[in-house]
Ligand binder design. Structure first.
Ligand code: SAH
Length: 280
């Protein structure tokens, strides 16, 4: 098991955990098993892993799925993976920044054009959101199981009328059903980071909200949360240079208080208000 030999593998290869690539390697076998069980893998499953590192999670994925496609940004890790995963033939490792790859094309080549793919990743928190957005555009991806720092997980899964509910929570609800699967304490990593983490499990949603311009809607959500202490009408009127009374009238006509704040509006409510202001 690679996971039992993390420090030894680093030493033998003159490697160390690089901060700039967010390298915190999982050293707990039971956490790896929990991730695999959360992903509900079977021998028919196609998996993408972003950031395999030394390959501890990859090893479990190779054993429990049909084929695994990995993306790793650190050349040193590529060299190490060549050794640690030597015995597994059902994997392909691509060197480079995941955000810059033509993932759709890679999926077609390795799994087939219509393949359904589960994405699994333990990644630095600062690229989680762009990666999530990149994955949303690839219709082969059906599920994502990914590690984020705990506070980030609270925002991803934030519900209406709580302090964690913000633009990101609304985006995530727009595209996915996302739940917190389980917590992962900082001591399960080498080196241990300063924060605890959580595994999130997202199922891609195919719901059509009937919007003509999705990008504009997402911008509208961002604008609605620009200043949390302001009312929804204040945020939207200043973002778009619209008359505040006009926004308030729309709210009142839809049976809301004119002083309502964005943190009290659900995704469906944002959609109906947006449609009234911009698409009708
Ligand atoms: N999955 C392994 C390693 C986690 S550390 C484990 O759980 O032990 C995060 C890994 O992501 C590192 O190997 C790092 O080099 C890689 N990584 C960081 N940014 C990346 C990017 N943009 N694209 C691909 N891999 C990346």
């Amino acid at each position: 098991m690679i996971v039992d030999r993390t420090k030894q593998i680093l030493n033998e290869n003159n490697a160390f955990a690089k901060k700039n690539f967010g390298q915190n390697f999982l050293i707990s076998k039971s956490i790896l098993e929990k991730i695999v069980s959360e992903a509900n893998l079977s021998k028919d499953d196609y998996v993408i892993e972003i950031g395999p590192g030394l390959g501890s999670l990859t090893e479990f994925l190779c054993i429990n799925s049909s084929k695994v496609l990995c993306y790793e940004i650190d050349e040193k890790m590529i060299e190490i993976l060549g050794k640690t995963l030597k015995e597994y033939e059902n994997k392909k490792i691509i060197f480079g920044d995941f955000l810059k790859q033509d993932v759709k094309k890679d999926i077609e080549e390795y799994f087939g054009a219509d393949a359904k793919v589960k994405v699994i990743a333990n990644l630095p928190y600062y690229i989680t959101t762009p990666i999530m957005f990149k994955l949303l555009e690839i219709d082969n991806v059906t599920e994502e199981i990914f590690m984020v720092q705990k506070e980030m997980g609270d925002r991803f899964t934030g519900v209406v009328n709580t302090k964690d509910y913000n633009a990101l929570s609304v985006y995530v609800k727009y595209y996915t059903e996302t739940k917190k699967a389980f917590l992962v304490g900082r001591n399960n990593f080498f080196p241990a980071p300063n924060v605890d983490s959580v595994i999130l499990h997202s199922f891609m949603k195919k719901k059509d909200y009937g919007l003509k311009n999705e990008a504009n809607f997402l911008k509208f959500i961002r604008n609605a949360f620009v200043q949390r202490r302001k009312t929804f009408a204040n945020n939207i009127s200043s973002a778009y240079g619209l008359n505040k009374q006009y926004i308030e009238t729309i709210l009142v006509n839809l049976s809301y208080e004119k002083t309502i704040r964005s943190e009290s509006l659900s995704l469906d409510e944002f959609v109906s208000i947006y449609l009234k202001i911009f698409e009708q």
